[in-house]
Design a binder for this molecule. Structure first.
Ligand code: ZN
Length: 292
């Protein structure tokens, strides 16, 4: 396993981690500047942040600073209640692929979606099986475009607590089953994003990381699981502050040949988003050396 204790060349910042500074929205160009100033070589930006600043501007900043991306957040949300909704989702995903290409991302991360309307507070139905089949079909259709664009898709299995509203793919095993069905010859067009927050509890995690292998391990996301956790979405912990044995999981991932960035992805309404972003980034650098 790589030694991270002496430097942070393999640290990437998922820009949601500092989307707020002292509680106020922090524009993506400011985030990029703060990362560059600290010698952080890679980021994973969110589409809404890119759109707010303008794709052309962010693309230019990435090139000017020779920044790498560890992923692009995000595509997915494939489910809908009717054909028009499914088509709109697919069209939006195609645009996300094109943006990822422009930003030279190594993959587009997919949060696949689940029961339509649940995220807004009222699910349109209870058929999670239907949601799963729409997700499968959606990825299959998106692959036609993403293959041509040369943009790998990374399915991110989300913790089962999100099964109703964000993702009906909740284990690495399920994500890899989809990869096997949709890309059986392992062309590199489809893989997974392993986020320790979503997967650490899984008794099959090591086995499924080995099953994934280097060619399907497209991204590695880190943060920590706090006890107690006060919010299902926005109470993620800084590495080292919770119960996840991150080095153990990184060891499993790197044993397969993964040699990419460790992407810090922390959503934290009650804590880190209230702090100055400079402090958050400095803490990410320090913890990357001691707890990742
Ligand atoms: Zn993630």
């Amino acid at each position: 396993m790589r030694d991270f204790s002496t430097g942070h060349e393999w640290l990437s910042i998922n820009t949601a981690t500092v989307r707020k500074s002292r509680g106020a929205e922090l524009p993506l160009p400011d985030i990029i500047e703060a990362c560059v100033r600290r010698g952080i070589r890679a980021i994973s930006p969110w589409r809404d942040q890119v759109q707010a600043a303008g794709l052309a501007k962010i693309s230019q900043l990435v090139r000017t600073h020779d920044l790498k991306l560890s992923g692009y957040c995000r595509g997915g949300m494939f489910t809908a209640t009717d054909a028009a909704g499914l088509k709109a989702a697919l069209d939006d995903n195609r645009r996300a692929v094109d943006e990822a290409v422009e930003l030279r991302a190594p993959c587009l991360v997919l949060v696949v979606g689940s029961l339509p309307g649940a995220l807004q507070g009222k699910a349109a139905h209870k058929d999670i099986g239907l949601a799963r089949s729409q997700v499968r079909d959606g990825i299959e259709q998106l692959l036609e475009h993403s293959r041509q664009a040369g943009m790998p898709l990374a399915i991110e299995p989300l913790h089962p607590m999100t099964a109703a509203d964000r993702a009906c793919v909740n284990t690495l095993e399920h994500a890899l089953d989809l990869c096997d069905v949709l890309d059986p010859s392992r062309t590199g067009a489809l893989g997974v994003a392993v986020d320790v927050y979503h997967t650490w509890w899984d008794p099959k995690l090591q086995q499924q990381i080995e099953r994934a292998g280097q060619d399907r391990l497209l991204a590695f996301h880190v943060c920590d699981w706090l006890t107690p956790t006060t919010d299902l979405l926005n109470d993620r912990g800084m590495m080292g502050d919770g119960v996840i044995d991150i080095p153990r999981i990184r060891n499993w991932v790197e044993a397969q040949g993964f040699a990419g960035f460790s992407e810090v992805e922390i959503f934290s309404t009650g804590n880190w988003w209230g702090k100055p972003h400079e402090e958050v980034l400095d803490t990410c650098i320090a913890r990357h050396k001691t707890a990742v």
